[in-house]
Structures are given as structure tokens and as C-alpha cells.
Design a protein around this ligand. Sequence first.
Ligand SMILES: [Zn+2]
Ligand SMILES: [Zn+2]
Length: 238
Amino acid sequence: MATEHATVAEEEYLQTLFWLQEAELPMTGANVARAMQLSAPTVHEMIGRLERDGYITRAQDKLISFTASGLEHAQGIVRRHRLIERFLTDVLGITWDEVHEEAERLEHAMSPVLEERMLAAIGDAKTCPHGHPIVGHSRLEGVPLADVSEGASVTVLRFENEAEDLLHYLKEIGIEPGMKGTLAASTPELVTLSSEDGGEIAVTFSVAETVSVIADPSPPPRIALPEQLVLARERYGR
Ligand SMILES: [Zn+2]
Ligand SMILES: [Zn+2]
């Protein structure tokens, strides 16, 4: 039977599993370990605990599925995370590259009453400041900026990886969800966008893999690489 309250550690794992599911990546221990930068034995132990506590089940092929209770908990924590981020940017005026870690801390300690008040305070915002739908709203399908061909018009949809270092980098170079532009150049090292206001923004190719956009003409959709959710700085090739 599922216990009523997940621990903070369990909530972190459930959140990661939800991110994998949303990105259509296989929910496996290996992908969890990669996304959370934890060792296989550590993840194995916690996956076992989540199973015993009734939040997940595991198939023969090691694929993980949420139970109804697990999904409910995962959705709750992800919804609170994105809501808090939106509240911190829109109501408290904190810049969007500074809110992810704050939300990581606050999301575990939020009462339903506070959640309701925050939801009212953010008005009609439907996503976190990085473009992820606050659970209940639909998730638009995007393509990686890295796949887009030169000359295509582009609208930045979402940052698939919210590692704070990466968000600082994206903020620094001046790219953000909702931004429109044209893909000026794409090389194996750099993707260059001309923004609508005439500025040029160059993104390293590996970072461009983590930025989802809507493009016209659009490359074919593809599932994200597991590496896109990896939180390690050295993976970004910068
Ligand atoms: Zn976040
Ligand atoms: Zn976010």
C-alpha cells in the first residue's frame, strides 16, 4: 500500500521519473541515475523503496511504471515546482535563471492552501518560466534547436534541462522561452539565431540539443536524448 506521505528523497525520484516520462524517455534506473547524477547502487536502493511504498512497479525488462498513487504524487510535486518558479519570477521579480534551486527546496514544504494562493497569484500563466507546462496544461511538441535548418523561423518553446548552470548560460547569452527569430547558421559547434530585434545569439551545439523550439519549416520530431536531462556541467561542451 502506498504511504500517504512520500519522503523528500522519494519526491525527488518521483519528480525525475515524471520528467523522463514527459520527455518520452524510458523510465529505467539507468536513466534516473543519469538524470540525477547518482550511482547505480544508490538509485537501485531507492527504486526498491519506491516499489515497496507502492509508488511504482517494475516489469521484467526493468521498465518502471507509476502506480496511480505514484503518478498522483509525481504530478503534485512537479506542479508545485513549476508553480513556485512562476510565482518567484512573476510575483517576486526574481530572474528566471535563479528560481529552479529555490523551487527544489520549497516544493516539499508547501501546504494545499499556499498552493491555491500561489495559483491565484500567477494569473493565467500556464508554464514555468522555462516553458514547462504547469501540470494540467498541455505540453506542446517541440524539436531540438540543434535539428533546425538554416533559414527556418523559430520560436523558443522550452528549456528541457533546468540545471542552474545551464540556465545562467542561456540567460547570459539572451535566449528565453517565447523568443522568436530566424536560424542564421548551424555548424557542429555553434547554432546562431537572429532574434526579431536584430541581435545575434550563438548557442553551443550541445546546449542547442536541450532547447526545444517550434520551427517552420520543421525538422521531423524526435525523442530527446537521455543526456539532455543530465545535470552535469561537463556534458555541455563549454
Ligand atoms: Zn525547475
Ligand atoms: Zn522551470
